[in-house]
Design a protein around this ligand. Structure first.
Ligand SMILES: *Cc1c(COP(=O)(O)O)cnc(C)c1O
Length: 373
C-alpha cells in the first residue's frame, strides 16, 4: 500500500452506506427526504406555533415510552448539547461536592467544568486508564455522582451503579449510549444526551430524563441564592419543557430528526430492537478483530467493550491512518480514531441506524486494503 497508488475497493464489496462516524452520525436518507417535505408546515415556522410545540410534546411522550420512565420522571430539553448540560449541572444540580468517574475525554471535561465553579467546595475524580473504567467510590458528603454510560472517546461501556448508602444524585452522560443501550431508570436521576449520535439526529440540543429528586434539586439550588445564568438554570428549562417548548429557539430540523428516529425505533420494538441492532454489529466487528492477525480490540476486557463505539488497534506494521484514508477515498467515512487518544486505531460507530451487514462489508474492505500491501 503506498500513497501514490490508491487502492480501489471492488464495488460489490462496498457497504450500502459508508457512514460509520461516531457523531455526527449516519442519518437515514429517508429521514432527510421526509424533512424536505415539511417546508410548508414545520421548517421556517415559528418555534412557539402549534406545529412545533406539538412536535416537542410528541418527542417528550415518545422518549418516556422508549425509556419506560416511571411516573414522576420528566423529559426536559434545551439548547447547547451535552456540553452545555455539564455547565447547567454545575450551576443547577451540584450543591457543593461532586464525584466524577473519569476514563476518557468526555468524562474529564465535566469534571473540569465543576472545578471551575467557585461555589463547589470539593470535586473528586476517580480515574481509570483509558480503555477501562473506574468503580464508584462512595464518599460521605458527596451530593452528586457523575457517570458516563459510554465513553465515546475510548469505546468503553461502563456499568451504571447507584451508591448504596447515599441519597446523592446520580447524573449519567448518556450521549452515544442513549437510544442504543438498555438502561434501568432507577439507576439515574439525570440521563442526559445530545442527539447527533445514537439518535441519528443533528447536534445542538440536550435532552435529559430527570427523576423527581433531580427536579427538586434544581429548585432547591435556585433557593441557595447563587448566581445562575438563565441559560444554565435547569428549573427554567423544566418550566419551558412542561409547556412543550425550549427557553430559546431550537433547531427545528434537529427536533424533526429525533422524532423520526423515535418513530422508527418504537415501531420496531423500542430499545430492545435498537440494542439488538448494535450488539449484532458489535459481535461481527469484535469477532473479526479478534480473528485478524494484524488487529485487536483496544478495550481488553470484553465486558467493557462498547456495543455502539468500537475501537480497534492495529499492529505497528499496519498504518491505521492510511486505512482510514483509503476507506475515505472509497466513500467509507469517519473511521478515524478520537484525535486525542493518539493510537494506531480505527473507531467505528455501530449505532442502530447502521446496518449490521454494512459492518460485515466494512471488515471485508479493511481486510482487502491490508491484503494489498
Ligand atoms: C459527543 C459527546 C459529548 C458532547 O456532545 P456535544 O453535543 O458536542 O455537546 C459529551 N459526552 C459524550 C459521552 C459524547 O459522546
Amino acid at each position: 500500500m503506498s500513497a501514490n497508488s490508491p487502492i480501489t475497493l471492488p464495488p460489490e464489496m462496498l457497504p450500502s452506506d459508508g457512514r460509520f462516524g461516531s457523531g455526527p452520525s449516519k442519518i437515514p436518507t429517508f429521514f432527510l427526504d421526509g424533512l424536505a417535505e415539511t417546508q410548508d408546515t414545520l421548517l421556517g415556522t415559528s418555534h412557539r406555533r402549534p406545529a412545533v410545540k406539538e412536535l416537542v410534546r410528541v418527542i417528550r411522550e415518545r422518549m418516556a415510552e422508549l425509556f419506560k420512565l416511571p411516573d414522576g420522571y420528566e423529559v426536559v430539553l434545551g439548547n447547547g448539547g451535552a456540553t452545555l448540560f455539564w455547565d447547567m449541572a454545575v450551576h443547577s444540580l451540584i450543591t457543593s461536592s461532586s464525584e466524577h468517574l473519569v476514563f476518557g475525554e468526555f468524562s474529564s471535561k465535566f469534571a473540569a467544568a465543576a472545578r471551575q465553579a467557585p461555589f463547589i467546595d470539593s470535586v473528586k475524580e476517580v480515574k481509570a486508564e483509558y480503555g477501562s473504567c473506574p468503580a464508584l467510590e462512595e464518599v460521605e458528603g458527596v451530593d452528586t455522582y457523575a457517570l458516563t454510560h459510554n465513553e465515546t472517546s475510548t469505546g468503553v461501556l461502563a456499568p451504571l451503579k447507584r451508591p448504596q448508602s447515599s441519597d446523592a444524585l446520580v447524573l449519567v452522560d448518556a450521549t452515544s449510549a442513549a437510544g442504543a443501550v438498555p438502561v434501568e431508570p432507577s439507576v439515574f436521576d439525570a440521563y442526559y444526551f445530545s442527539p447527533q449520535k445514537a439518535f441519528a439526529s443533528e447536534g445542538g440540543l440536550w435532552i435529559a430524563l430527570l427523576s423527581p429528586r433531580a427536579i427538586s434539586r434544581a429548585v432547591e439550588t435556585v433557593a441557595l441564592g447563587r448566581y445562575i445564568p438563565t441559560m444554565l438554570d435547569l428549573s427554567v428549562a423544566i418550566d419551558n419543557s412542561r409547556e412543550n417548548q425550549t427557553y430559546n429557539t431550537p433547531a427545528i430540523a434537529t427536533l424533526y430528526l429525533i422524532n423520526a428516529q423515535l418513530e422508527w425505533l418504537l415501531s420496531h420494538g423500542g430499545l430492545s430492537y435498537a440494542a439488538k441492532r448494535s450488539t449484532d454489529s458489535a459481535a461481527i466487528l469484535y469477532q473479526w478483530a479478534e480473528n485478524a492477525s494484524y488487529a485487536q480490540p483496544f478495550v481488553s476486557d470484553p465486558t467493557l467493550r462498547s456495543p455502539v463505539i468500537a475501537t480497534i488497534d492495529f499492529d505497528d506494521n499496519v498504518d491505521a491512518k492510511e486505512i482510514a484514508a483509503t476507506l475515505r477515498a472509497n466513500g467509507i467515512v469517519d473511521t478515524e480514531p478520537y484525535r486525542k487518544l493518539g493510537r494506531n486505531q480505527l473507531r467505528i460507530a455501530l449505532f442502530p441506524s447502521i446496518n449490521p451487514s454494512d459492518v460485515e462489508a466494512l471488515t471485508q474492505c479493511i481486510d482487502f486494503i491490508v491484503g494489498q500491501r
